[in-house]
Design a protein. Structure first.
Length: 257
């Protein structure tokens, strides 16, 4: 387990309370759309959420009846998750298992009906080696008829936000984090604290990574509401995948062409 990954992508550089109290984060509701995808495409309700953060999505899915394993590397994020989990119905808590692990090295000894990696977390893996390691782990934890949901920013969205540095050799974009803080009187202030680094993905590169990880794309959308992907300047990558079927082995005494 390599916790230095949190430093390299910037996640260790800011206070988690700024993350959770930021109005855009508090208003973010992806649970209904994710649940609709699970209900439409998943063979079952055993769900693994990678990079679960504070647990809003995992808890929503558990309330809807899913059995959720929630994985993250950040201790502060998991602590916030535990605090939120303490306030829900005990039957819901029983449907949630928290795991502190690295998305590139985890081995849970089980497979899942549905795996989720959303909110641009895949971009925080800054090297191709780490990206392939993560996708390989997903493939190994996916049931033969299971589904994998991946979301990530397009280059159009990454470069639309101001105030960044970009290294074309590594395709890593670095920007400071500006947080909106709201006091008891509703007054807003901006706090600049910490940085974030993400790798910018073009569609052909992302497709190549998925193909090399034995993952077949079933659907490609522009958002979690399943809008068709048409405009990379205003939409994100949303992929729904399944494990590629095993390739037939040549019969004994024969050789492939």
């Amino acid at each position: 387990m390599d916790a230095s990954r949190l430093d390299s992508c910037g996640w260790a550089s800011f206070r988690t309370e700024l993350f959770f109290e930021e109005p855009g984060r508090r208003a973010r509701q992806v649970g209904p759309a994710a649940l609709a995808i699970i209900e439409a495409f998943s063979p079952g309700r055993r769900v693994l959420e990678l990079c679960c953060g504070g647990g809003a999505l995992s808890i929503f899915l558990a309330k809807a009846g899913c059995q959720v394993t929630a994985l993250d590397l950040s201790d502060p994020m998991l602590q916030a998750f535990r605090q939120s989990l303490a306030n829900v119905d005990p039957q819901v808590r029983q449907r949630v298992t928290l795991v502190r692990e690295d998305v590139c090295t985890f081995d849970l000894g089980q497979t899942f009906d549905f795996i989720i990696l959303e909110d641009d977390c895949f971009g925080y893996l800054l090297t191709e080696q780490d990206q392939l390691a993560c996708l390989t782990k997903v493939r190994r934890h996916l049931k033969s008829d299971g589904r994998f949901l991946l979301t990530n920013k397009t280059p159009g969205l990454e470069f639309a936000a101001p105030d960044y540095e970009y290294d074309p050799a590594t395709r890593i974009i670095t920007r400071p984090n500006d947080w909106t803080a709201v006091d008891a009187n509703g007054e807003q202030t901006t706090i600049r604290e910490g940085i974030e680094r993400r790798r910018v993905f073009h569609l052909d590169e992302l497709n190549s990574l998925l193909d090399r990880s034995d993952l077949d794309v079933l659907h490609r959308w522009g958002d979690l509401d399943r809008t068709p992907f048409q405009d990379p300047a205003s939409q994100e990558y949303v992929f729904l995948m399944q494990a590629a079927p095993p390739q037939p082995q040549p019969e004994a005494g024969t050789s492939p062409d």
